[in-house]
Design a protein around this ligand. Sequence first.
Ligand code: ZN
Length: 484
Amino acid sequence: MNPSCPCPPAERTTESAPLPLAELQSALPAWTARLQADLTVSVRASAENVGHLEERIAERVREVARLALEEAAQAKADATPLRCPVCGQPLSRKKGGATRTFESRFGPITVCRPRAWCRRCHAWRCPADAALGLGDTSGYSPGVQEIAALSVSKLPVAEASAVIERLAGVKLPRATLDREARRQGLRAEAERTQLDTQMRTAQGRAQQVRELQLELPLEPFTLVMEVDAWNIRERDEHWGKSAELRAAGTEPDRWHWVYGATCFRLSQRAQTAAGRPVILSRGYVMTRGGIDALREQLFAEASRHGLGQAADVLVVADGAVWIWNLVDDRFPQARQRLDLFHAKQHLWAVAEALHGAGTPAAQAWLKPLLAQLEDGQALRLLDDLRLALAGLAAEPRAHLEREIGYFENHRERLDYRDGKARGEPLGSGAMESTCRQYQCRFKRPGQFWTQRGDEALLCLETFWRNGRWKHLFPHVGSFDPSRN
Ligand SMILES: [Zn+2]
C-alpha cells in the first residue's frame, strides 16, 4: 500500500490528464486470471447456480474496487490545497506524510496525507482529511459511515451488524457499529440545529426551501399539521437501583415521552391506484428533547412546508392539553380540530358507563350523539349530554360530568362537517401511523435506550424520512427515500 509515501508534491497530476491509477492497471491482468479461474470452477460445479457466480464475482470485484479507491483517494489527498479546514488560512511548515487507515466499503484503505501548521488556529492540520470526508477520529469512509447510520436507525445493532456483513461485505462488530451510528446521529442533531436556526431568517428560509426543492404552489393552500406522542423505555441514572427506589417508596419510571408531528399541504393528499390514501410530500419531526424542542422543530419544519405562505393552517390532534397549549403558543393562526376517533371514544366510554358495555341500550343512546358529533353540532351534543345527567347515580354522574367537561374544552375543535366538506383530515391518523412506524424500531421487546442515544437515532430516522439524507451524506446524490 502506498509505496510512494511520504507524500509526493501536490502538483503531480495536471487537471486534464486522467488519473494514472498505475497500481490498478498493473494488478488487472493477474486479477482477471484469478476471476477466470474462480468462474471456471463455479460454471463446472453442478451444485452451483447464479447465486454462487454472483458471490465469487462480488468478492473479486471488491479487490479491484479497493485498489481503485485507495489510489484515487491518495490522488485526492495529494491534490488538496494546503489551507486550514477550520479557518481557511494558508498553512505553513508542511510536514511529510502521516498515514491513516480507514475502513471503506471495499476493505481497509491507507492514505498518506501531508500535515501543516495553522498560524491562526495554532494547530497542526491535515486538510486532506476534510477533503476525503473523514471526521477527526472516524476510522470509516463516508460510505461506511452511511451504512452504519442507515442500518442502525432501521435495525437493532446485533442484527444490523450481521446484515451489513452479509449484504455489503463490511465487518462492523456490534460495539463499533453502535458507536459509529450514534456518532452519525449526533452529527445529524447538529445539522438539524443548524438547519432549524437558518429557518428563522427570511434569507435562510428562501435558501433552504430552494435547496430542499420544496417549491411552494402559487395558488392558495392549506397547511395541515398533526401532533402526537408515544413513550419509550430508557435506562436512566436509576438503572439497577429499582429495589432501592421501591424501598424508599418511589416507583422507578423508565418510560419517557417522544414527541412528534407531521405537516403537509392539503393538496398533497392523493390516493394510490389501490385506493390507499397517501401524502405526496410530508415533513416529519420526532424528538425525545421535550415539548419545547418539538415546538421549535415543528415551527422550522412547518416553515419549510409553507407555514408563512399558507392561506390557512389546520392542526389535528387528540385531546392532550400540552398539544393545544403548544399550538396556541406557536401557531396562533391555526384552526384546531380534535381527532374525531378520540372524540368518539369518549362518547363510547360514557355509553358504557351509563348502559353497560356493548348493550343495545348503549348503542341506542349513542347513535344520535355520534350523528351530532359527526355533523359538527357541538352545542346540541353538549345540551343532550347535560340532559342525560338528570337522575343519574353519583358514579355515572361523575363520569358524564367529566366527559361534558372534555367536550366543553374542545367545543371549538369539533367542526367535522365543514372539515369533511373541504376534504380535510378529520383525524390525526397520518401521525398515529407515523408513530407506530417509529415504534417498530424503538419499542422492541427487551430494548432499553438512553436519552442521548435515542435522540441521535430518532434524528437519523427523521432525516431519512424527510428526504434530507443527502445533507448528511452528500455522496448519495439525488437519492430520496421518501420518493420510493
Ligand atoms: Zn486554522
